[in-house]
Design a protein around this ligand. Structure first.
Ligand SMILES: *Cc1c(COP(=O)(O)O)cnc(C)c1O
Length: 495
């Protein structure tokens, strides 16, 4: 059966998957949701010997039902290849009574690779299906992780160009070097004098600039975005929950069709929403543990039913979770509102006008599958240290937020259900904070030296992704003022 998409705010419906992938956001500002949540049509048992790519096909074919088998398999095979440093793609590691699902074996050693390595292929296939002849120009503002993962995904993908803006002094040394050494003639990286918000606002302005849009059109280009609300990013994230469950069954870590919990370090709510969709698909997930850092807006929401973004923004050691407006939550709100777009639109309007909204009692009841928790900076660091002392396994700061929340949950509830903790970044990506948590404080050495030291301590080889950028040549040299971002695009596209 064909799944069609509609906006969470009611402005659009009957949109094919390929159309929704190309558009990203609905015209009314809503997010695209499937008109029904499909069920897996194969048994877990039959998937026991399947590769990651096989499982990816079984999941994605349900959501991207206007893609042919050949189209979808080509996208999958191009995405999940040698770019990953293990053919398992998403391995599970058992440590201290939990299963860490490592989603950091792709080219930028963080979980954004899981979706951004396939999005470019889904996008150009969608363009073909929709008879779009223009070349797709991806514009992104980044605070570090997304930019590099998007660059790596789109690099040398025919029919696309990608331009990434980042705040000149707002990213880590390793993150900056990762971006500036990016290969691919179709990639362009620009540092902006300003902070992340300046870069983000600049990009938003460019997207709504009608004149520029016309200029692009005349030259055979059109803009698109790779941000995390695109269903082309959300759906590929469902795959690893199915894959991990099958692995636990195969290893006899869960009994036949027994339940599991998943613990997800959360920012924009994309990853945990994918877990919720996996549950709807048929994976027996008992509890979805939503783990926040000190920016605990989601914890407060799950406790009280009130989402309130009016609060101090705290800079933490898990920067990819420093978020006050979790965009993907809108899809869950729509669902628990009984798929009522008018109600969802009203709440989102309140958020935008007043900075907060409160859901009804009955909507609140629909959230029983979720458990909200948060970890302070100290708890996060202690968690890295404790786990290392106990087992020798080193986790990054984001994963540690989840791990700390799981520990509290287990203590409070005595729940013994086997649990997957989603590991969203390699500890080598946040070496400074990880080393500090391990008690190795040496301000004098630079990030690359810390990497060497961490490798010895953790007894883990330095990831290829880090080795590569160390020796690599700087290929991007552009810095501009916020006012000149548009000019940079015009120059790069030569229009
Ligand atoms: C993006 C990111 C997250 C948050 O994921 P969401 O899908 O935005 O909730 C967590 N950890 C890392 C390392 C990330 O890059």
């Amino acid at each position: 059966m064909e799944i069609l998409y509609k906006s969470t705010r009611g402005g659009e419906e009957n949109i094919k998957a390929s159309e929704a992938i190309l558009k990203g956001l609905a015209t009314d500002g809503g997010l695209f949701v499937p008109n029904m949540l499909p069920k897996l049509d194969v048994s877990f048992d039959s998937l026991k010997d399947s590769t990651y790519q096989d499982v990816a096909y079984e999941v994605m074919k349900l959501f991207f039902s206007d893609f042919t088998e050949e189209e979808l398999k080509e996208c999958i095979n191009k995405a999940y290849d040698e770019k990953f440093d293990t053919s398992i793609i998403a391995p599970l590691v058992e440590a201290d009574g939990a299963y860490y699902l490592e989603l950091f074996h792709g080219s930028t050693i963080a979980f954004k690779d899981m979706a951004l390595s396939i999005l470019p292929h889904l996008m150009i296939t969608s363009a073909k299906k929709q008879h779009v002849e223009n070349e797709i120009v991806i514009l992104t503002a980044t605070s570090g992780d997304t930019g590099k993962a998007a660059l790596a995904g789109f690099s040398n993908v025919k029919g696309t160009k990608i331009i990434v803006f980042y705040p000149k002094d707002g990213v880590s040394q390793i993150q900056e070097k990762q971006m500036l050494t990016q290969k691919g003639d179709n990639t362009h990286v620009v540092a902006v004098y300003g902070n992340f918000d300046d870069a983000q606002t600049g990009v938003k302005k460019i997207f709504s600039n009608v004149k520029l849009k016309q200029l692009l059109e005349q030259s055979g280009y059109q803009f698109s975005s790779a941000n995390s609300i695109n269903i082309g990013r959300l759906v590929p994230q469902i795959v690893y929950y199915v894959y991990a469950y099958v692995a636990l069954l195969r290893e006899k870590k869960v009994k036949d069709c027994g339940s599991i919990n998943v613990v997800v370090p959360t920012g924009n709510f994309g990853n945990i929403l994918a877990a919720y969709y996996a549950k709807e698909l048929g994976v027996p997930i008992r509890k979805l543990l939503c783990a926040s850092n000190e920016n605990k807006v989601l914890f407060d929401f799950l406790q009280s039913g009130t989402y309130n973004k009016k609060r101090e923004f705290i800079l933490t050691t898990s920067p990819s979770m420093d978020i006050l407006v979790s965009s993907n939550l809108e899809r869950l709100i729509y669902k628990i509102a009984g798929n009522r777009a008018d109600l969802c639109a009203k709440l989102m309007e309140e958020l935008s006008v007043n900075g907060s909204y409160t859901i009804s009692e009955s909507m609140m009841e629909e959230l029983n599958d979720f458990y909200g928790g948060y970890a302070s900076e100290k708890e996060t660091a202690n968690c890295i240290n404790d786990l290392y002392s106990k087992t020798g396994y080193v986790i990054d700061t984001h994963t540690a937020v989840a791990s700390a929340v799981y520990k509290k949950y287990k203590k409070d509830t005595k729940d013994q259900t086997p649990s997957i903790i989603v590991s969203t970044a390699s500890p080598f990506k946040f070496t400074g904070s990880v080393m500090e948590a391990l008690g190795e404080t040496n301000e004098m050495i630079d990030d690359f030296e810390k990497v060497e030291k961490l490798s010895k301590i953790a007894n883990v080889k330095i990831p290829e992704a880090i080795e590569d950028i160390r020796k690599a040549e700087i290929l991007h040299h552009t810095i501009c003022e916020v006012e000149n971002m548009e000019q940079e695009i015009i120059k790069f596209l030569d229009i």
